[in-house]
Design a binder for this molecule. Structure first.
Ligand SMILES: CC(C)(COP(=O)(O)OP(=O)(O)OC[C@H]1O[C@@H](n2cnc3c(N)ncnc32)[C@H](O)[C@@H]1OP(=O)(O)O)[C@@H](O)C(=O)NCCC(=O)NCCS
Length: 147
């Protein structure tokens, strides 16, 4: 895939898109486990919690092929909390992630949200670059140590 011209950002259809969105989650879970074997295990199971009551999932549809997704929900603030942003490996660096994030921001604005929050691992370079490019700044830092 090159560019985003043939791409449609739309709400996930249930049940039609469930299998393909689950495949994206599985791919992301594998990628996380390879990148950070001390934090993640493979397989992660089948339940990924993508259908929250106040949440929604947008997918990037490239002519019938789902190449990316983002999940988000309204929280107090009013604000939007972004849960997962995933672009399939073959479609990365084409602007899909950026397009998905813009779509979430539009969704949030339409519902009166005043800001957007999300969580990212400090060493997830691609994701941090994406969020940084879009104007996200560090807020609070979660810490851990190995025992
Ligand atoms: C993070 C992720 C969603 C980015 O999706 P993407 O479609 O490749 O991102 P885009 O093509 O829209 O890139 C937009 C910007 O993000 C940054 N970026 C994205 N991937 C990058 C990479 N591998 N290295 C450096 N910067 C990167 C760049 O600033 C880029 O702008 P540019 O192309 O003008 O340089 C994708 O890499 C992914 O699915 N990763 C695995 C899942 C994950 O970690 N999700 C985030 C969890 S918090």
């Amino acid at each position: 895939m090159t560019g985003t011209d043939a791409l449609a950002i739309r709400e996930m259809l249930v049940p039609d898109d469930v299998e393909r969105v689950t495949a994206l989650y599985r791919e992301s879970a594998n990628w996380h486990a390879q990148s950070w074997p001390d934090r993640f295990e493979v397989p992660l199971g089948e339940q990924f919690g993508i259908w929250q009551a106040d949440g929604f999932v947008l997918v990037a549809d490239a002519d019938g092929e789902i190449v990316g997704m983002v999940s988000a929900e309204m929280v107090d603030g009013p604000a939007v909390w972004v849960g997962d942003v995933i672009v399939t490996a073959a479609a990365r660096r084409n602007g899909v992630g950026e397009l998905l994030m813009h779509a979430v921001e539009e969704w949030a604005r339409q519902r009166g949200a005043t800001h957007i929050g999300l969580q990212v691992y400090v060493d997830n370079g691609p994701a941090r670059s994406l969020y940084g490019k879009l104007g996200y700044v560090d807020d609070h830092i979660k810490m851990r140590r190995t025992l």
